[in-house]
Structure formats: structure tokens, C-alpha cells
Design a protein around this ligand. Structure first.
Ligand SMILES: [Zn+2]
Length: 408
């Protein structure tokens, strides 16, 4: 079997485990850097390897629009295209499509929308999204789900959650159908998948490279309604033996206590022996709090987006490197960080780069921020393994919150 999940040990709800994928093992808890457009912005895959990043993300919606999932497939799939030989996960694009307020219409079969790039008309169905994700060839692919605003009422949240479960069943049927492909023949031109199809079944292609083994993850929705989260967890786990589970619709404007309460509910409903991936959650304090509640995998654009804006994560909270008091500060951004930014450059230099609008500044801060989260999860894993996680996480959170966070 190409996928496996082995629990090493637990500490309360927190888990240290190993997630085996066709492109290598992911030791969890782990933070996955986000490479929406098949690039973790400003970072080379070698940078990611050097900081021990294990698994990264890409986005089906964005890559479908540009450069096109069929082109990525022709060029050997996502791993080859972006020169990342480790595990990759693709998000289905549900979040992006449903964020196109005013640009989309939803029905039971799928979603009509206009491309944010050129306004062209498009349609996503559970089936077409599976074909896109199949073409991209990531190790883990997410189902197409109905995403709603964070504080939706229970009626709307129920409708979206139940539709997402119906769509999951359709995703799986198409995923199975596409899985019955034989090894590629090397003939690149034969029968490309019609990924922009209007939902009709497309022909099953021969791949120009060995057919990738993929795991389809369902997504537990339900907003901030505990009963809906519980029902969704039960319906999904009873609908199949899934290789892992996404937890969606959190960190989208709800309060922290609400988010943590939903994680506690989901933790009770999902099987212990499968990975849980909390989608789009990536502030340091959220990672530590969520590991305490049984989450294994995380992703978020925050470290690279904030890095480009001049904001750094540190063990003492966030720092805006443009702040005047750093002008002559010879110390590192974070004295506990072992990234190449912190081991080589001063706060004064980083401030200078941002004040002078130099491109190296964006790169160095993105590198530090991603490293910070990757290393934070490695540290959490070590603490779970040696039995000190409860004390370590409390101490870490107390230090992180001890200084008021400067506004970026
Ligand atoms: Zn650093």
C-alpha cells in the first residue's frame, strides 16, 4: 500500500505519527508550506528541503486556470513540473470558487463561475475537480466541497455540509473510475482529460508518466455548530475507509474558543489511526493549540504572505521588521531560530532591506517564517515523543502571548 499512517505515541489528544506517501514519509505534527501556483512564493524547493519541510501544498483552482492542469500533466505532473520530489497535497479549489462572491452560481450538480484572471465562464463539478487533481498528480487530493462563510447560520451550514457529503460520494466514484488507468505508454498526446468539461464523463487517459497513487481526503464541514460537525464526522467515516481527513471551514472569522471547541468535537468523531489535516490554519499559537486537540497536518499562506509584508513570527510574538527601534539592532530576528536568515543576518539589515524595498528582504523573511512553523511542529513532535508535550506547549503559549503583538 502506498499510504500508511502509524502512531508513534500520544500525549492526551496530541499525536506523534508517520504518514507514508508515495513520495516519502511525513513525520507529524507537520506544517505544510503553501505553494498555490506550484511555487512557495520566493522560496526554491532546495530552501524547503534545507529547512526540513516535508510536504507542500498546491491549488487545483489556480493551476487549472494557469498554466492548466493538462499542461502540467503533459510535462510530467506537479512533482516534476515544480521540481519538488517530496509529498504534495492539492486543495480542490472549493474555497477559491466559493470566495468568488457575485461571480458564481451554485446548484446541486456543481458551481458555475468566472475565472478571476480573464472572466471566462467555467464550471466545477465533483467529477471535473477530480480530473483536475488527477492531472496534477499530487499525493493527497482534497474533495470538492461546498464552502460557506465562517459565521453562517445553522441552516446554511447544514445545507453546505450535507451537500459536501453528497459531493464526496461523487468525488470518490470518479476518483475510482480514473484510478483504473494502466501505466502510461509514453505517448504524450493521447486522450488528454477534458478537465474543463461541463460535468460530462471524460475519457480516461493514458498518462505520460507512471500513474500516480493518490489518496482522496474528505473534508469535515459544519461551521461552528457542534451537532453539524458531529453529524458530518459520523456520515463521512461511515461512508468509506478514508486514508485521511480534512477539517475545513475554520479560522475563517470565528472566535478562537469556537474553533477549538469544533476541534474537540471532530477529534472524538474521527478515527485515531488516520491523519487529520486542519485546512488553512497556520498562526503559531493556532498550531500549538490544535496539536493539543489531535490535529496532525496544517497549511497556511500566512508565513509567506506576512513575510512579504515585513512581519516575522518569533518565539516572543510577531515582529514588524520595519519598526524604527530595529534600525541599529545587531541581533537576529529570533535568537532561538536556526534558519539561514537568523543565523546570518541582523534585525538592522532586515529592516534596511524592507525600508529600501529590496527583494531579498521578502525572501529572507518568507524563509524565516516558513522555517519557524516547520521547526515549531518538529519541536512539538519531539515533545510528544519524550512525554513533555503538555508542559512544553503550555510554556510555549505563555511565552508567545507574554508580549503584546505589535500591529503589522
Ligand atoms: Zn529564523
Amino acid at each position: 500500500m502506498s499510504f500508511d499512517f502509524t502512531l508513534d505515541t500520544t500525549s492526551g489528544a496530541a499525536r506523534a505519527a508517520r504518514f507514508d506517501t508515495p513520495h516519502g514519509v511525513v513525520e507529524t505534527p507537520a506544517f505544510m508550506a503553501v505553494g498555490t501556483l506550484a511555487t512557495v512564493k520566493a522560496l526554491d524547493p532546495r530552501d524547503l528541503r534545507a529547512m526540513h519541510a516535508q510536504m507542500i501544498l498546491a491549488n487545483a483552482y489556480h493551476l487549472h486556470l494557469r498554466p492548466g492542469d493538462e499542461l502540467v500533466r503533459e510535462l510530467g505532473g506537479l512533482h516534476e513540473f515544480m521540481q519538488w520530489d517530496g509529498p504534495i497535497l492539492t486543495d480542490s479549489g472549493g474555497f477559491q470558487v466559493f470566495s468568488l462572491e457575485g461571480l458564481r452560481t451554485i446548484d446541486e450538480d456543481g458551481v458555475d463561475f468566472r475565472s478571476h484572471l480573464d472572466g471566462s465562464k467555467r464550471r466545477f463539478t465533483p467529477e471535473s475537480v477530480m480530473r483536475i487533481e488527477r492531472n496534477l498528480g499530487a499525493d493527497v487530493i482534497m474533495q470538492f466541497d461546498h464552502v460557506i462563510p465562517g459565521q453562517s447560520n445553522e441552516t446554511d451550514a447544514r445545507e453546505a455540509s450535507e451537500r459536501s457529503i453528497r459531493w464526496l460520494i461523487r468525488c470518490e466514484a470518479e476518483f475510482r473510475r480514473l484510478g483504473n488507468v494502466e501505466r502510461g505508454t509514453g505517448n504524450r498526446s493521447s486522450e488528454l482529460l477534458a478537465a474543463t468539461s461541463d460535468g460530462q464523463l471524460a475519457s480516461v487517459p493514458s498518462f505520460p508518466f507512471p500513474v500516480p497513487a493518490q489518496a482522496l481526503f474528505p473534508i469535515v464541514q459544519g461551521g461552528i455548530h457542534a451537532n453539524l460537525r458531529r453529524e458530518a464526522g459520523r456520515a463521512i467515516t461511515s461512508s468509506g475507509d478514508w486514508l485521511g481527513y480534512g477539517i475545513g471551514g475554520l479560522s475563517v472569522g470565528e472566535s478562537k474558543p469556537d474553533m477549538y471547541a469544533m476541534l474537540d468535537v471532530v477529534h472524538e468523531e474521527l478515527p485515531q489511526d488516520r491523519p487529520r489535516y486542519l485546512m488553512g490554519v497556520g498562526f503559531p499559537e493556532d498550531l500549538v493549540e490544535s496539536v493539543r486537540r489531535g490535529v496532525d497536518l496544517f497549511d497556511c499562506v500566512a508565513p509567506t504572505r506576512m513575510g512579504r509584508n515585513g512581519t516575522a513570527f518569533t518565539s516572543d510574538g510577531r515582529v514588524n521588521v520595519r519598526r524604527a527601534e530595529l534600525r541599529a539592532d545587531p541581533g537576529p530576528l529570533d535568537e532561538t531560530c536556526e534558519c539561514t536568515t537568523c543565523t546570518r543576518f541582523s534585525r538592522a539589515y532586515l529592516r534596511h532591506l524592507f525600508v529600501a524595498d529590496e527583494i531579498l528582504g521578502l525572501r529572507l523573511l518568507s524563509l524565516h517564517n516558513v522555517h519557524f512553523l516547520v521547526a515549531l511542529m518538529r519541536r512539538a513532535r519531539a515533545a510528544i515523543l519524550d512525554g513533555s508535550f503538555d508542559a512544553w506547549s503550555r510554556d510555549w503559549l505563555a511565552r508567545y502571548h507574554s508580549r503584546p503583538t505589535p500591529v503589522p
